[in-house]
Design a protein around this ligand. Structure first.
Ligand code: CA
Ligand code: CA
Length: 218
């Protein structure tokens, strides 16, 4: 009989707990008339809204990334506020943060270039912007961008002999035609010369080193 009383009490507590969690935001309190009232705490929506728009969904390492957005407060533009754009690598680690300041129209714009030689893993990167006005903080929706290594010319996720062949062909083509393949102009000076060859070799070695480390970890 005692056990039955305990089990009924336990069941009652569990049910009350479930009801309370279902009614989160609603609490019981006593008013001036000493009667119990239900007080519903209204959720106040954040008056701040921040957008972040990336100019592409895929980038090669070394390619310039442009981010544009707007900060508003109750629909009105907010000027002269710092907006920070963060980039998270495929493992969720922050690899990059850059700030810009909103103009009179509430707009901001910034650019960054993923590093060469490639020190970032190829894969899916999450990017978001954040800002604060007084006690109000806001973050943009998260955008996902795919970053390739600068040397993964055929975008298959590998840097291998196919990419070496592609680079050598572009190098020879430049000396025949004078037209530089932008993908192989690694320092973006309009030429494909020994500087690009050096960067390619250094980047290739860096990629192989990081690949070896990555395989050991997994
Ligand atoms: Ca490749
Ligand atoms: Ca070059």
């Amino acid at each position: 009989m005692k056990r039955k009383v305990y089990s009924v009490a336990f069941l009652t507590v569990a049910v009350v707990g479930l009801i309370c969690s279902a009614l989160s935001g609603s609490v019981l309190d006593k008013g001036p008339d000493n009667q119990t009232h239900s007080i519903v705490r209204a959720q106040v929506s954040n008056p701040l809204l921040l957008t972040a728009l990336f100019d592409n969904s895929t980038y090669a390492i070394g390619q310039i990334v442009t981010v544009n957005g707007t900060l508003t407060y109750n629909g009105g533009s907010v000027a002269n506020v710092a907006v920070a754009v963060s980039v998270f690598d495929p493992l969720g680690t922050v690899v990059f943060v850059k700030s810009a300041t909103t103009g009179k129209d509430g707009n901001y714009s910034l650019q960054f270039r993923p590093p060469i030689p490639p020190t970032w893993l190829p894969g899916l990167y999450n990017c978001s912007a954040s800002a604060a006005v007084g006690e109000n903080k806001v973050a943009s929706n998260i955008s996902s961008c795919i970053f390739f290594t600068a040397l993964d010319f055929n975008h298959d996720g590998l840097v291998d002999f196919n990419d070496v062949t592609y680079f050598v062909d572009s190098y020879l083509s430049y000396y025949q035609s004078g037209i530089a393949n932008p993908a192989c102009d690694l320092n973006h000076d309009g030429k494909i010369d020994f500087q690009d060859v050096t960067m390619f070799v250094n980047g290739y070695n860096a990629y192989l080193s990081s690949l070896t480390m990555w395989q050991r970890l997994s």
